[in-house]
Design a protein around this ligand. Structure first.
Ligand code: AMP
Length: 116
């Protein structure tokens, strides 16, 4: 399977506004932000989607929340509130098949799902 954009961002083969990176996780600003703060937090391991998660991914997926919490503080949205979101598959609106958590904040985000 060919590499996704996000795998290339992890390897720093293409540019991104990276806010955090360690040996397990990379976080960078979304290129088309849907809120004043819109960060993508991804495991460095290229898990395509939630449908591909295995028990061995449990630790890194929990760690996404630890990084999300830190970034929410760093972005100044921890107190005002924010949304963490993971899309899966076509109906879920997933565009990039490297599992990622969206961190959105900085404005009232409204209802969880827009009416179609
Ligand atoms: P999703 O629909 O959950 O798969 O989200 C994919 C997200 O990736 C969208 O919000 C895009 O704006 C964002 N995106 C696509 N390409 C890039 C890129 N090169 N750098 C940063 N974000 C990107």
């Amino acid at each position: 399977m060919s590499e996704t954009l996000f795998t290339k961002i992890v390897k720093r083969e293409i540019p991104a506004d990276i806010l955090f990176q360690d040996d397990r996780v990379t976080a960078f600003r979304d290129i088309h932000p849907q809120a004043p703060s819109h960060v993508l937090i991804i495991p460095n391991k290229p898990i395509p989607s939630v449908n591909d998660v295995t028990p061995e991914d449990e630790a890194v997926l929990g760690y996404l929340f630890v990084v999300a919490r830190k970034l929410a503080e760093q972005e100044g949205v921890a107190e005002s509130g924010y949304r963490l979101l993971i899309n899966c598959g076509d109906d879920g609106g997933q565009e990039v098949y490297h599992l990622h958590m969206h961190l959105l904040g900085g404005r009232p985000l409204g209802r969880m799902v827009a009416r179609a």
